[in-house]
Design a binder for this molecule. Structure first.
Ligand code: AMP
Ligand code: GLY
Length: 417
């Protein structure tokens, strides 16, 4: 079976890596990256439009396409492929609004009775002030559209809130969601859905802030771990029943069934799990640690879901936890410097880790930095402390000027051990 992976980051490297281990799968990627090129055939793209990806799928006559990032999904890639009779795993443009519009997501949560933070939507000066009066501080201020992880600001004072509104309204757009501030531990919970049935993945945790102990500005994600112990079976059932099934049923009922990866970003509050956001794709870097733990069945599950029949499908899991440490470039998450030479990937892999590549490029025979998040050094262990130690031992082999990484990935999970 020929499978095309859309995208070229660490998440897509992990998807391609997992698929490449299934004996009957031949992997293609568009555009891919230097890491993916070692295990798959990469097809260059210029503008990254749904049309260009369709041409890539047609050129290689692939049997299935799986989409990594949100932008092509929100741009309607699934509708386009289907209208050309091409099999693809992902949500339609209508269902992808769950991530594309925070206001739509909140509407779905309210209508489907899904626990989430209290919120007010506003689009002009007077209404912003009224929304801030109503919600109070601290407050989560969220841009309505896709903002590549930069669309949410937590404000602790009225002054901070007004500055945040000003910045979002001028740089992203006037429609803003104001949310009650929730406290608790964040968990990423991702399922495959065929529109009706779901196949849950184990829970994982991202580390969004740039510095240890969750300090400093938000990033795309500085590391992740996945461990069967993050949620117990009662919590998993509660998340499925309150955050996943109602959303799937609601969208089905609306005539816009959700096929694809449904990612619920949860806050585990003292009054139970609440949904902070939905994404309509796998998380990055959660995917790196999650797929590192899957032994088999991934390609079959994607195909079954794309064929709208996930019932009876299962995944084979390694019981062991996995940890992914993101190594980021100088200046990330602000002004990123590129062109620094990367060494030590082979040594890290010889030590038992898998190094997923994200912001890298080949320059003659050298591998160099080409983006904010550069590598995801991923390892497992028979215990979480062991997985953490293995990942950091591999990190020690890797070098590039200006590299930044957190030293505490996975630490929150240690209390389960
Ligand atoms: P989102 O993109 O909506 O998940 O928001 C990005 C990050 O902002 C989340 O991962 C949380 O860390 C934080 N956040 C978002 N909404 C809230 C909220 N209502 N209360 C507390 N933190 C939040
Ligand atoms: N790791 C968070 C995300 O992919 O949105």
């Amino acid at each position: 079976m020929k499978v095309l992976v859309i995208g070229g980051g660490g998440r897509e490297h992990a998807i391609a890596w997992r698929l490449a281990q299934e004996p009957f799968v031949q992997v293609y990627a568009a555009p891919g990256n230097p890491g993916i090129r070692k295990i798959a055939e990469c097809i260059p793209v210029e503008k990254a439009t749904p049309e260009e990806y369709l041409s890539a799928a047609e050129l290689e006559n692939v049997d299935l396409t799986v989409v990594g990032p949100e932008a092509p999904l929100v741009g309607g890639i699934v509708d386009l492929f289907r209208s050309h009779g091409r099999k693809i795993f992902g949500p339609t443009q209508a269902a992808a609004r769950l991530e594309g519009s925070k206001a739509f997501a909140k509407e779905v949560m309210t209508n489907a009775g899904i626990p989430t933070a209290r919120y007010v939507k506003a689009s002009n000066g007077e209404d912003y002030a009224r929304a801030l009066d109503e919600i109070g501080c601290p407050v989560a201020i969220k841009a309505d559209g896709l903002a590549a992880g930069k669309g949410v600001i937590i404000a602790h004072t009225r002054e901070e809130a007004e500055a945040a509104v000003q910045s979002i309204a001028t740089t992203i757009g006037p429609c803003i969601v104001f949310e009650e501030f929730l406290t608790g531990e964040e968990v990423s919970f991702i399922v495959l859905s065929d529109g009706t049935h779901v196949l849950p993945l184990d829970a994982s945790q991202d580390h969004k802030r740039i510095f240890d102990d969750d300090m400093g500005p938000n990033t795309g994600g500085m590391g992740s771990y996945s461990d069967g112990r993050i949620l117990n079976s009662d919590q998993t059932r509660q998340v499925l029943e309150t955050a996943i099934f109602p959303a799937i049923e609601y969208l089905n009922h609306q005539g816009t069934p959700f096929t694809g990866f449904l990612y619920a970003g949860l806050m585990m509050t003292s009054s139970g799990p609440k949904v902070l956001e939905y994404n309509v794709r796998l998380g990055d870097p959660e995917t790196q640690s999650l797929l590192h733990r899957i032994k088999g069945g991934f390609a079959n599950a994607l195909l079954a879901a794309a064929n709208q029949d996930l019932s009876g499908t299962s995944l084979e899991w390694k019981g062991e936890p996995s940890v992914c440490v993101v190594m980021a470039a100088h200046g990330y998450p602000d002004r990123v410097r590129t062109g620094d030479t990367i060494t030590g990937i082979d040594e890290a892999e010889a030590a038992g880790a898998v190094v997923f590549q994200a912001g890298t490029r080949s320059n003659k025979k050298r591998l160099e930095t080409a983006g904010g998040r550069v590598l995801g050094v991923t390892a497992s262990g028979s215990t979480l402390p062991g997985a953490i130690a293995n990942a950091y031992r591999a990190v020690e082999s890797v070098q590039f000027d200006g590299m930044q990484f957190r030293k505490d990935i996975g630490r929150k999970g240690l209390r389960h051990w």
